[in-house]
Design a binder for this molecule. Structure first.
Ligand SMILES: Nc1ncnc2c1ncn2[C@@H]1O[C@H](COP(=O)(O)OP(=O)(O)O)[C@@H](O)[C@H]1O
Ligand SMILES: [Mg+2]
Length: 304
């Protein structure tokens, strides 16, 4: 992953890494990779269906935000979800993360319907997301924001936490180490101790991704993670998303910028007015007349 624009903080992890010999750096990177991507069962299962949207319709009063939408997300892929403003992309995320319950149809994770599960239960099942409008705990440090994400995976009881049992203390220490590794992975470890609200915009976007990864998701959903970025920042972010996938995660990416989507996704689903109008490989989507028509007159950098 490329380094962020900021000068590394004196004594920070980034400066430390910069001073390492190639051997030290390789060992360090292996250690980070271990924490960031603990062994998963993905190797055997790449290509299996991880999540299915089955004929999902979502109505808000008279407005049909999703109209019988079906598609699968396969393990280990980056699936792009694209479409003009108001096409229903964010609504799709909301349906599959339990923010909304579909009016009809269903969402299946590893073959099991999400049904009436609450958001936190769905997080535990392994679906994490970032938001089109950044949502962080502004008064908490970057590190604390990520530690909070690891809570979804903790096993100690409330009592264990209250009496600070050895197990609780161990989990707390592990959570901090893991959070630090994640900050490093997304390239913002140099500002770990800063309040989230004081971080530059690009750092906040990356922090959201680190926090989502902290829940050890089977599926990571990113809602326009590059919104407001310049082309160089977008390229950097695509590099990060690719390295997330290479670590074995499955990624669902909403993005408005066609160039960016074409460059990073394995497959693409296109929505327009709540309907799926196309699905296929980036090269197929690029040539698809319905997609071209849907995008005509929509500037590439529009803010959907
Ligand atoms: N909670 C809601 N209540 C009413 N209408 C909504 C709600 N959420 C989304 N919509 C409508 O659903 C349509 C799709 O919105 P959205 O999923 O945000 O589109 P996109 O993310 O593709 O730009 C829009 O017309 C939007 O106004
Ligand atoms: Mg949206």
């Amino acid at each position: 992953m490329s380094a962020p624009d900021q000068e590394p903080v004196e004594g920070g992890i980034v400066a430390e890494v910069a001073r390492m010999t190639p051997e030290e750096r390789a060992a360090h990177e292996a250690a980070v990779a271990e924490v960031v991507a603990p062994e998963r069962e993905i190797a055997v299962a790449v290509g299996d269906t991880l999540l299915s949207m089955e004929d999902v319709t979502m109505r808000f009063g008279g407005l049909v935000a999703l109209d019988g939408v079906s598609f699968d997300i396969r393990r280990g892929e980056i699936l792009g979800l694209i479409g003009p403003n108001g096409a229903g992309k964010t609504t799709c995320f909301n349906a599959l993360t339990g923010v909304y319950r579909p009016t009809s149809g269903q969402v299946l994770l590893e073959g099991a319907p999400l049904g009436r599960r609450q958001r936190f239960q769905i997080t535990r099942l392994g679906i994490a997301r970032t938001f089109q409008n950044i949502r962080l705990f502004g008064e908490m440090t970057a590190l604390e924001n990520v530690v909070v994400g690891t809570d979804a995976r903790h096993r100690t009881s409330v009592l264990g936490a209250l009496v600070r049992s050895p197990r609780h203390l161990r989990e707390e220490r592990e959570a901090v180490e893991k959070a630090m590794a994640l900050l490093e992975f997304v390239g913002i470890a140099d500002r770990a101790a800063e309040k989230a609200r004081n971080l530059p915009y690009g750092y906040q976007r990356r922090l959201e991704i680190a926090r989502a990864l902290a829940t050890e998701p089977k599926l990571l959903c990113l809602d326009e993670p590059a919104a407001g970025f310049n082309p160089a920042e977008k390229d950097d972010l695509m590099g990060l998303i690719r390295s997330i996938r290479d670590d074995g995660y499955t990624v669902l990416l909403i993005e408005h910028d066609m160039r960016l989507v074409m460059g990073v996704t394995d497959r693409i689903v296109v929505l327009e007015f709540g309907r799926k109008i196309a699905e296929g490989l980036p090269a197929e989507i690029r040539e698809n007349p319905a997609v071209i028509a849907a995008y005509l007159g929509v500037p590439d950098d529009g803010t959907a």
